[in-house]
Design a protein around this ligand. Structure first.
Ligand SMILES: CC(=O)SCCNC(=O)CCNC(=O)[C@H](O)C(C)(C)COP(=O)(O)OP(=O)(O)OC[C@H]1O[C@@H](n2cnc3c(N)ncnc32)[C@H](O)[C@@H]1OP(=O)(O)O
Length: 201
């Protein structure tokens, strides 16, 4: 059985550990620069993240919710990244999931969809047919993308947000909790409300 180490040891890392084990891997422990305690989810925190290079035999996954941090860690460390799918997620047989991507319980990834590397398809998120979801994106719990939606790399779609079919969202956007996106969002930025509008801050 593949031994997996998880980068990060916070709340998201716990959920990742749970699904990684349910997906058939053995979680050896966590690496975190500022852990809250010596163990998480019954597994030890073995050291800071930079120690990952001391474990060439292990496979890895990043259990950190920040899209920016996942991007930085993936660029810094040339590790063997697993893709992990919760056994109660539904992933079409032709859907593509990149390395480091996690798909959580009750999420659905429908036919023709492609999800990039180190993305998070969080609990109950719906990735409809022919969606293209970029690297380091995060689809929060309960969000729904209509058919043929594109979500740019590094974009965070907030909890419960909806995106109309055929809409394209630029990279590095934040879509607020509960937002309803009905037109293309061409500029990076934070968008909230129904219909979603750019937040001027
Ligand atoms: C398992 C997990 O937990 S996964 C993570 C799930 N979490 C999420 O999905 C969180 C998504 N984040 C949000 O919705 C945030 O509120 C953001 C990113 C949109 C905005 O956050 P901030 O930049 O900190 O904005 P802030 O809270 O200061 O609000 C600014 C304004 O936008 C409004 N606003 C903020 N969020 C929303 C929203 N989701 N919908 C509508 N209006 C909003 C606020 O009421 C405020 O309005 P005001 O200026 O008229 O008072």
């Amino acid at each position: 059985m593949n031994q997996v180490l998880i980068l990060g040891a916070g709340g998201h890392a716990k959920v990742v550990a749970d699904l990684v084990e349910l997906a058939g891997y053995a979680v050896a422990g966590f690496l975190d620069d500022h852990p809250a305690g010596p163990d998480v989810f019954g597994k030890p925190v073995l050291g800071p993240i930079a120690d990952c290079l001391r474990y060439p035999e292990h496979a890895f996954v990043i259990g950190i919710g920040s899209n920016r941090v996942r991007r930085e860690l993936a660029a810094r460390y040339p590790l063997r990244w697993i893709t992990a799918v919760h056994p109660k997620a539904v992933v079409a047989r032709d859907a593509m999931l990149g390395p480091g991507t996690v798909v959580m319980a009750n999420a659905v990834v429908n036919p023709g969809a492609a999800v990039g590397a180190h993305a998070i398809v969080n609990t109950g998120a719906i990735v409809e047919h022919d969606n293209v979801v970029g690297d380091f994106a995060h689809l929060s719990p309960g969000c729904a993308l209509g058919g043929t939606v594109t979500v740019g790399a590094g974009t965070h779609v907030g909890i419960g947000a909806c995106v109309r079919n055929n809409v394209c969202i630029a990279p590095d956007c934040v879509i607020g909790a509960g937002a309803v996106v009905i037109t293309d969002l061409k500029q990076p930025g934070t968008y909230v409300g129904c219909p979603a509008k750019r937040l001027n801050k």
